[in-house]
Design a protein around this ligand. Structure first.
Ligand code: TNX
Length: 512
């Protein structure tokens, strides 16, 4: 029998929350008229000398968004401009606010007098502008010069994220995705205040980034993908473009080269990386666990060194991910020794290491990021792992089918309807894991069954919005019914952006 419970407190249905995702830590709807961003709107930046450039970049991006709906883009006034105080939208950088907002938090006020966003660092200003964006009508997202006034509700928001690691992973190895697709994915992460893009750059089916001195990795190892299609790879310049585009949106790229397993593309490209000295054929199926670098050969470490050196050189972010998952071809001793040696190589190139949970069997530095993905994770709590990223396959694997019969996706951990992605408590996931060890949440999108950007969008949305909220919003702000309700309206923004999101039947999707 279905029980219909009266709302808590017995009062009438609560007022609809503003359609903000992730939910801010605090939102107050203010008694005021709201603000109309008019035809001649201006944006001003007030900042000390240090980060004025980054703050101006944030203002420029906001100006371009508002400019979508007009013939001209709003003028951005630099710090020190006399009219700054009179601007319609003020982005105020104030290092003194660090204690209150942290490096990523902000305050946003909209009143009849205008809009003011205050933050200690440019990242906070950026997240403030993403909240402002979600307060603007969804049609602002259309890339057409169509003049209309843009009306904002009067609000006072104070916000800062729960977790510092709010990520998504894209597997560009099983199927290759070019720079334009990755940029679009980055745009969609940024809208939801995610700040890590983990790129899975090599696996059995493909090697996707050029490494100087090892040209066959991409020429041969990058030449195909699952199903036998043509594959592809990034030049150093392509990768740099991705990293830069992400950084402008306050997203750190975490590059992964999976090793010692998941390496058939490399083994097929260089016979000397194989213990028997023979290169296997390229592989375009979807089996896992069958490949491994020859860990007893010195050439293997020269290879790893060249790969890590190149990634370190091209990646401003502090982490290099070395995979480490699903190795069936080595003894535990061989595996541990390999991972420990790779960790030294990563450190020698000035970076911290990240890897899938299996690496925690070896001796790991306290700075190493360990990514939990399956099972109870009990071993991780015992190993007193310093830093753990939560990617439970039963909750946040974006490549898993929503429902029985969903057109794309795998189902090895079960099915993952939207509510399963949202309705769990990160701090309770791994029994015995100290809350301070959890750096955040990351949602991987493996691409065995994913061949197009439309497929990516279908699997990622709406579930990635659920993950973004779980990673950003304080636990007290998490509420499935409220999320569902906000999501139904947030979907209009995705529609305006042309996102091929899954119209999950649990949600009432608003129409135009
Ligand atoms: C497990 S998650 C894998 C990947 C597959 C994925 C498919 C992990 C570390 N390994 O190789 O693509 O499942 O869901």
């Amino acid at each position: 029998m279905l029980l219909v419970l009266p709302p808590l407190g017995g009062c009438a249905a609560r007022p609809a929350s503003l359609p903000l995702i992730p939910a801010p830590a605090s939102v107050r709807v203010v008694e005021d008229s709201g603000f109309v961003v008019g035809r001649d709107a201006t944006i001003a930046v007030t900042a000390g000398a240090t980060d004025a450039g980054a703050a101006m970049d944030v203002a420029d991006q906001l100006a371009r968004l508002i400019g979508n709906t007009r013939a001209t883009t709003p003028e951005v006034l630099p710090p020190g401009h006399l009219d700054g105080a009179a601007a319609d939208i003020v982005l105020a950088l104030d290092p003194a606010a660090l204690e209150r907002f942290g490096p990523e938090g902000y305050a946003l006020e909209v009143s009849g007098a205008g809009v003011r966003i205050q933050a200690a660092e440019p990242a906070g200003l950026y997240y403030g502008t993403q909240t402002l964006r979600q307060l603007l009508p969804p049609r602002v997202e259309y890339q057409a010069a169509l003049y209309r006034d843009l009306t904002l509700p009067a609000v006072a928001v104070e916000d800062r994220p729960r977790f510092g690691w709010r990520g998504a992973m894209l597997d560009v190895a099983r199927h290759f995705f070019g720079v334009a697709d990755v940029k679009r994915f980055i745009d969609l992460l940024a809208l939801h205040k995610l700040n890590r893009l983990h790129l899975h750059l090599a696996d059995d089916q493909g090697w996707r980034i050029e490494i100087p001195g090892w040209p066959r990795l991409t020429e041969h190892g990058g030449s195909t993908q699952v199903g036998g299609g043509p594959g592809g790879f990034y030049t150093g310049e392509d990768y740099t473009q991705i990293v830069r585009y992400a950084a402008e949106r306050f997203i750190t790229v975490v590059p992964e080269i999976d090793m010692p397993g998941h390496t058939n593309a490399a083994l097929a490209s260089y016979a000397e990386l194989n213990c028997d000295g023979e290169a296997p054929p390229l592989y375009t199926g979807t089996r896992v666990g069958f490949s491994a670098l020859c860990v007893e050969k010195e050439i293997t470490y020269e290879f790893v060194d060249a790969v890590v050196a190149r990634l370190a050189e091209l990646t401003p972010g502090p982490w290099i991910h070395v995979g480490g998952d699903e190795v069936e071809e080595l003894t535990q001793e061989q595996y541990n020794a390999f991972v420990e040696r790779v960790q030294e190589i990563v450190h020698r190139h000035g970076k911290h290491m990240a890897g899938w949970a299996e690496i925690s069997a070896a001796r790991m530095a306290p700075t190493t990021m360990i990514q939990h993905w399956r099972g109870s994770g009990a071993g991780l709590a015992d190993a007193a792992a310093g830093q753990v990223i939560l990617s439970p396959a039963t909750r946040v694997y974006l490549d898993i089918q929503y429902h029985e019969g969903s057109p794309i996706g795998l189902s090895w951990p079960g099915l993952t309807p939207l509510r399963d992605a949202y309705d769990w408590e990160p701090s309770a996931l791994i029994p015995g894991m100290p809350a301070a060890s959890i750096v955040g949440i990351e949602a991987p999108l493996w691409t065995e069954t994913v061949g197009t950007m439309a497929d990516i969008e279908f699997l990622a949305f709406p579930r990635l919005a659920a993950v973004a909220e779980l990673a950003w919003s304080p636990s007290g702000a998490l509420d499935w019914e409220d999320f569902r309700d906000r999501l139904g309206r947030h979907g209009l923004r995705w529609t305006a952006l042309g996102v091929n999101f899954y119209r999950a039947p649990e949600v009432e999707w608003a129409g135009w």
